[in-house]
Design a protein around this ligand. Structure first.
Ligand SMILES: [Zn+2]
Length: 202
């Protein structure tokens, strides 16, 4: 997983430099500005430092439409994304192509990987929507489509099995041939598919 560190300058509007109390979880957001890049959203946070509109906002990470990940604020520092949860929750903003706020497959893939990586470092934690903290319609599509939100959670919670380990389980327990497994891996999310099957038959 490639994380592009483009840390914001310390300033009171978007990177106050306050240490987090304790990291309890992750809050997921949508940027709410269709078809904008992760970098453009990062620069928006950076430019808040001038205080022109007196807006306080930021997040630790932004994930782009093509799955690129930018880190704006180090995990141990507070970012301004979810009011009272700011002191205990890491914020991840996701870009989206259209106004419905639906994330692309690439964005979801990176989001799942990033959350798994954070969990691997801090232990199990709450993964919640901005909506769950303040009732705001964010991330819009996943407030309206609860089942799809649950699907993302399921992907994050899955056991950490590597693709190679999953392939070994499929070969042993289902006696699938290499060519069949390669065929499955070609699907969009093919490696997730192989991992899910492996987990169910292990
Ligand atoms: Zn939000």
């Amino acid at each position: 997983m490639n994380i592009n560190k483009m840390l914001l300058s310390k300033n009171k509007y978007s990177r106050p430099g306050i240490y987090m109390d304790k990291i309890k979880g992750i809050v997921i957001h949508y940027v709410g500005n269709p078809n904008t890049s992760a970098e453009a959203n990062r620069n928006y946070f950076e430019n808040l430092k001038y205080g022109t509109n007196n807006i306080y906002a930021s997040s630790h990470y932004i994930i782009g439409i093509d799955g690129e990940i930018i880190m704006c604020v180090p995990e141990g520092e507070v970012a301004y994304h979810a009011s009272k949860a700011n002191y205990e929750y890491i914020g991840i903003e996701c870009c989206h192509k259209y106004s419905d706020g639906k994330f692309s497959h690439k964005t979801i893939n990176s989001l799942v990987m990033l959350c798994k990586d954070i969990i691997s470092r801090y232990g199990n934690m709450d993964i919640i929507r901005h909506y769950d903290v303040t009732g705001k319609n964010c991330p819009l599509y996943y407030v309206k489509n609860t089942d799809e939100w649950k699907n993302i959670l399921k992907l994050i919670e899955e056991d950490k099995m590597t693709t190679d380990e999953a392939v070994a389980v499929l070969k042993k327990n289902l006696r699938l041939e290499d060519s069949t497994i390669q065929f499955l891996l070609c699907y969009k999310f093919g490696d997730e598919l192989v991992k899910r099957i492996a987990q169910n038959i292990k």
